[in-house]
Design a protein around this ligand. Structure first.
Ligand SMILES: Cc1cc2nc3c(=O)[nH]c(=O)nc-3n(C[C@H](O)[C@H](O)[C@H](O)COP(=O)(O)OP(=O)(O)OC[C@H]3O[C@@H](n4cnc5c(N)ncnc54)[C@H](O)[C@@H]3O)c2cc1C
Length: 447
């Protein structure tokens, strides 16, 4: 079969992109290295869309949860991944969890039996020089291809380490306990009033208890292939820093110098700083707090920080090997590599995080490729839909200097301040449903 689009990687994103194109009559070659003698360090089968770790697609609540809303939007766009997840569902409360074998077998069967899809078990070692291509090779992209991507993207734009600091929803921070200031009240290059950071002050007892909590907290194990990954000093896990001595953090990310607490007029003993993480100011990043503490231990310990007692986390910290490109700089609004527009990227390699998000970006890459092939450009996705918010994160709605993978969350959506906090999530999902309906050209339902 002569193909019109070459998709590299038969994981979640590549499978979804292939489905979207094939269903529209486009001939697809899907190259997957598993099954040809190659394997990633995390996959265990040669099934398409294998889930490498948990079996959960997280919350299925489309009214109050951003990932649940993303599920719903993908179902409205005839997602293969969501259809097979629904068929492979296992009981998991309000979450959508699946039997991973049934799920992967379902995706594989649907694509293998599709007249427009040719699945080729082969490893691709270089970005194709021509022909419409979608690269969906994931966080464990084979090294030879990663090198080729690095050459096209500029090596410094291909991140191999994923040092993640937690991100907190602004409206869960108790600003009565914190204050806004820059160290020494310095005005940054972007101007402003010298009040860019949220500062959470700690006294000596609080600091010492916090350091002890870091040392005692349960850590996630390194995977076998990660053990030789050296730490860069710049992304050292905070608990490793704490283990170097009780004062190390006070001279590192928790140093109080130049930060006068307006309540005392003095520097506190130690400070936790949060930096704005998105343009709308709904998300704040805990500066220097990349960590390998287990998620439960992170939540418990970080909620002992003054001002963060009720903190809701948009993302928790982590450190593992991960190949992703600096998408906001490298990709255009339809996921094409600016320097080689015949190539699109999809899935986790673009810097989204998670099964659902990777599949969603695969879905969009497929739709964008279809629009280009048929010369029928899509109207821009509304930013207040889950798909639009996620695409905004990947292609531009973030501070690119520190681009890091992220799950979908309400902090990526345009704010909706007029509504009371309690009703805000439901108002946001209702707004998203209406916007997606309009984008899809659906008739408005009578009230
Ligand atoms: C160890 C680990 C644990 C994770 N746990 C979770 C979790 O619990 N929950 C969650 O939501 N997310 C988790 N993730 C993230 C998860 O990998 C992604 O969310 C998701 O699988 C990404 O989908 P993708 O399609 O982008 O990549 P993948 O699903 O990884 O698919 C990429 C595919 O490309 C193939 N490939 C790679 N290089 C080549 C090449 N050169 N030629 C041909 N084929 C190639 C691979 O074999 C693979 O099938 C985890 C990631 C890792 C690494």
């Amino acid at each position: 079969m002569t193909h019109q689009v070459h998709i590299i990687g038969g994981g979640l994103a590549g499978s979804e992109a292939a489905w979207q194109l094939a269903q529209a009559g486009v001939k697809v070659r899907l190259s997957e290295m598993r099954g040809s003698g190659d394997m990633t360090p995390a996959h265990q089968t040669d099934g398409l869309a294998e889930l490498v770790c948990s079996n959960s697609f997280r919350s299925d609540d489309a009214d109050k949860n951003a990932v649940g809303l993303l599920h719903q939007e993908m179902r409205r766009l005839n997602s293969l991944i969501m259809a097979q997840a629904d068929l492979a569902k296992v009981p998991a409360g309000s979450a959508l969890a699946v039997d991973r074998d049934i799920f992967s077998a379902g995706v594989t069967r649907a694509l293998a039996g599709h007249p427009h899809v040719e699945i080729v078990r082969e490893r691709i070692d270089a970005l194709p020089a021509e022909g419409m291509t979608i690269v969906a090779t994931g966080p464990l992209t084979a090294p030879t291809l990663a090198t080729s991507i690095g050459a096209a993207a500029g090596m410094d734009h291909l991140a191999f380490f994923d040092a993640i600091a937690p991100v907190v929803h602004f409206d869960s921070i108790d600003m009565d306990k914190c204050w806004m200031a820059n160290r020494w009240d310095k005005i940054g290059p972007g101007g402003g009033e010298g009040k860019d950071y949220i500062n959470c002050p700690m006294n000596k007892e609080q600091y010492q208890a916090f350091v002890q909590g870091l040392l005692d907290g349960e850590k996630a194990d390194f995977k076998e292939w990660e053990t030789n990954t050296p730490y860069f000093e710049g992304c050292m896990p905070i608990e490793v820093m704490a283990s170097r001595g009780p004062e190390t953090l006070r001279h590192g990310p928790m140093k109080p110098m130049g930060l006068d607490d307006p309540r005392t007029g003095r520097w506190p003993y130690a400070v936790v700083q949060l930096r704005q993480d998105n343009a709308s100011g709904t998300l704040w990043n805990m500066v220097g707090f990349q960590t390998k503490l287990k998620h439960g231990a992170q939540i418990a310990l970080f909620r002992t920080i003054p001002g963060l007692k009720q903190a809701e986390f948009a993302r928790l910290g982590g450190l593992h090997r991960n190949t992703f490109i600096q998408s906001p700089r490298l990709l255009d609004a339809t996921l094409r590599l600016r320097s080689a527009p015949h190539i699109r990227f999809a899935g986790q390699v673009t810097g989204c995080e998670g099964y659902v998000e990777s599949s969603a970006i695969g879905l969009l890459a497929g739709r964008f490729a279809l629009a280009e092939l048929t010369d029928r450009p899509l109207a821009p996705l509304p930013a207040d839909t889950a798909l639009g918010a996620l695409l905004g994160h990947v292609t531009g709605n973030v501070e690119t200097a520190d681009y890091q993978p992220m799950n979908v969350n309400f902090g990526l959506f345009p704010p909706l301040d007029v509504v009371k906090k309690k009703q805000r999530k439901e108002a946001m999902t209702a707004r998203a449903r209406a916007s997606l309906g309009q984008w899809l050209g659906e008739e408005l339902q009578p009230a």
